[in-house]
Design a protein around this ligand. Structure first.
Ligand SMILES: NC(=O)c1ccc[n+]([C@@H]2O[C@H](COP(=O)([O-])OP(=O)(O)OC[C@H]3O[C@@H](n4cnc5c(N)ncnc54)[C@H](OP(=O)(O)O)[C@@H]3O)[C@@H](O)[C@H]2O)c1
Length: 266
């Protein structure tokens, strides 16, 4: 990465693994001051140490996206310490591998809590600091299944679709405050997402799905995201051929509903 974001304070959630981790490396090596968050203290420490070996600046701020009660305090404290927050990349999230008929409401709520409420809680806490600092850039991570329903992903898809409504509104309401907003729409990226996806019993799926194996690397995903952020794109597509499904859903919905149930969901 060139020095486009050098010196910026960039807060990244989901920073201990996959896409978030790749973004931490890219921003830290480009001279940004990175604040790295997830609920995995050990994972964050590993990423921060590896970045500091490359002279990158990474501060770890662990917290659980499922526990929104303490988020504002954590954000206020960190903003005071850092002096400002220029960019917030909401990357943290969890997936699902369960039929909707077998998914208990408690699991729907857990996925919504992490992917939707956790993300908006961080955003609402960071926003006043950005406005006070004269503006900033915020991204949230949806999915191609945030644009259409997909088998075994009812709660996941719903949580990601909800993000579009929130972040589009954020863009409209706060354009006047120089807040730039992007929604990231990944297709398939080779990460641990399917390993940690929740089954109907609330356990981890524990398998690397073929969809993940065949996806772009997390480093490639980070490149695509950074290019989109530089151009201030409202929607940033991340992935490869599977992104064609977005066009099929939009322009050929009958075809989409004929084929969606036949695509291997794992
Ligand atoms: N990989 C794909 O194909 C794909 C496709 C579409 C969308 N996405 C989205 O991309 C984002 C990044 O996922 P990934 O593929 O990089 O998966 P990943 O490797 O599993 O990373 C997920 C990150 O989110 C964090 N996280 C999960 N639950 C959390 C919680 N309760 N509190 C705090 N942090 C939490 C994880 O840290 P902990 O260890 O603390 O849980 C981890 O750092 C997610 O929002 C995902 O939905 C991914």
């Amino acid at each position: 990465m060139k020095d486009f974001f050098a010196g910026k304070v960039v807060w990244i959630t989901g920073a201990s693994s996959g896409i978030g981790e790749a973004l931490v490396r890219a921003f830290a090596s480009g001279g940004s001051r990175v604040i790295a968050s997830s609920n995995d203290h050990g994972g964050l420490k590993r990423v921060a140490e590896e970045c500091s070996a490359m002279k990158g600046s990474v501060t770890c701020v662990p917290f659980d996206l499922a526990d929104t009660s303490g988020i504002r305090e954590i954000v206020d404290m960190t903003a005071r310490k850092e002096g400002r927050i220029d960019i917030l990349l909401n990357i943290g999230g969890i997936s699902q591998r369960a039929l909707l008929i077998e998914t208990p409401l408690s699991l729907d709520r857990r996925i919504m809590e992490i992917n939707y409420f956790g993300t908006i809680a961080v955003t609402k806490a960071v926003l006043p600091h950005m406005i006070a600092g004269g503006g900033g850039q915020i991204a949230a991570t949806s999915s191609i299944t945030g644009r259409f329903g997909f088998p075994l992903r009812s709660a996941y898809s719903a949580s990601k679709q909800a993000l579009h409504g929130f972040f589009e509104t954020l863009l409209i309401e706060h354009r006047k405050d120089n807040i730039r907003v992007s929604v990231l729409i990944p297709g398939r990226v080779q990460t641990a997402i399917s390993l940690h996806a929740l089954t109907s019993e609330g356990k981890e799926h524990g398998k690397m799905d073929d969809g993940q194996k065949g996806g772009v690397t997390a480093a490639r995903a980070a490149e695509q995201i950074i290019r989109g952020l530089r151009r201030n794109k409202r929607e940033i597509l991340v992935g490869s051929r599977e992104l064609l499904m977005l066009k099929i859903r939009k322009y050929l919905p009958s075809l989409f509903f004929r084929i969606a149930g036949r695509i291997k969901p794992m």
